[in-house]
Design a protein around this ligand. Structure first.
Ligand SMILES: Nc1ncnc2c1ncn2[C@@H]1O[C@H](COP(=O)(O)OP(=O)(O)OP(=O)(O)O)[C@@H](O)[C@H]1O
Ligand SMILES: [Mg+2]
Length: 309
């Protein structure tokens, strides 16, 4: 759905985005993570056809962003990092205005406005002035605006920035709902853990370089040098579990705490199942077995310290 090849953007002498390549399939949610000034907004603006790349190319839904920007705009929804100023306009008028800009006929607009208000939980605010909304509501309204033409692809620049914890959770819920609707979403943030449970792919950008990108679990594994698994067994059996794990060539290390064993698994995708079977056959009463909760902050710090690159 999104194909980016060697995308580059220079502002004078400054290279804001360097040699950026990535591929997103339909239904992917890609978390685009990086510190201030990394190049997130620049990248999203290029994909949104608002900024011309200096070099490289990108296609969205098979359409080239520089050759067919109008067609690209019809299938994307772009949420900028700032809301802009809208005086003397009511919430429904704001949405109606954007729907009209997308050439949605008058008779269909009211229904669409009601639908996106419902989806973003703003139905009760339909007749209030935009400038009277709280920041969280404005952010939801901005997201509602990106949905009026039912785009396949959403480019969201820090949709949760500056929100309180509750509002952040609400935005995440909303993104989950959009995921269920089958949208392909690229969402930026400074904060990796915030996107962890939402995204199936992530990319980390720093000073214009995409230093790592791909499947969330694969990246975590790459950084850790293996997959992190955990299992629970009765306390008395834990020493035996550690013995069994120590004998295996596909376990790089294991430690126990409070009946829980955490281990680094270096085998392939399907082999954790073999490990579980072996433990059970050895008589261990395994109570729980699975991937460790991903500590993405940890991964982020390691990656941005250049361990992967
Ligand atoms: N219009 C511009 N003219 C010149 N330099 C720019 C312009 N826009 C951005 N830059 C520079 O390009 C680099 C990348 O900026 P960008 O806004 O893409 O970063 P970002 O990752 O979105 O950061 P933030 O997390 O602060 O939003 C920065 O060094 C910034 O100063
Ligand atoms: Mg930005």
């Amino acid at each position: 759905m999104i194909e980016v090849e060697h995308l580059r953007k220079e502002y004078g002498n400054l290279v804001a985005v360097r040699n950026l390549s990535l591929t997103l399939d339909e239904g992917d949610i890609f978390g685009f993570i990086g510190p201030n000034g990394a190049g997130k907004t620049t990248t999203l603006k290029m994909l949104a056809t608002l900024l011309l790349p200096t070099a490289g190319r990108a296609r969205i839904g098979g359409l080239d962003i520089t050759r067919e920007p109008e067609k690209v705009r019809a299938i994307i929804g772009y949420m900028p990092d700032s809301f802009g100023v809208y005086d003397d306009i009511k919430v429904w008028e704001y949405l109606d205005f954007f729907a009209a800009a997308y050439k949605i006929p008058h008779h269909r607009r009211q229904r669409i406005v009601d639908d996106v208000l419902e989806l973003t939980d703003l139905t009760g605010k339909k007749d209030v002035y935009v400038e009277s909304l709280s920041r969280g509501m404005r952010q939801r309204l901005c997201l509602a605006k990106t949905l009026v033409h039912d785009p396949k692809v959403l480019l969201l620049d820090e949709p949760a920035s500056g929100l309180d914890p509750r509002a952040r959770v609400e935005i995440k819920e909303l993104l989950r709902e959009l995921k269920r609707m089958g949208k392909t979403i690229m969402v930026s943030s400074h904060i990796l853990p915030e996107l962890a449970d939402l995204c199936n792919k992530i990319g980390i950008i720093e000073q214009g370089d995409l230093i790592v990108s791909g499947d969330v679990q694969a990246i975590v594994a790459q950084v850790r040098g293996g997959r992190a698994l955990q299992l629970r067994a009765p306390e008395a059996e834990v020493p035996r579990v550690l013995e069994l794990l120590a004998e295996r060539s596909d376990v790089a290390g294991a430690e126990a705490a409070a009946g829980e064993v955490r281990l680094q698994f270096t085998g392939t995708e399907t082999e954790p199942a073999d490990l579980l079977r072996d433990l059970v056959l050895a008589g261990v009463r395994v109570q729980a077995f699975g991937e460790q909760e991903t500590d993405l902050e940890d991964v982020f710090m390691k990656v941005t310290r250049g361990i992967v690159s």
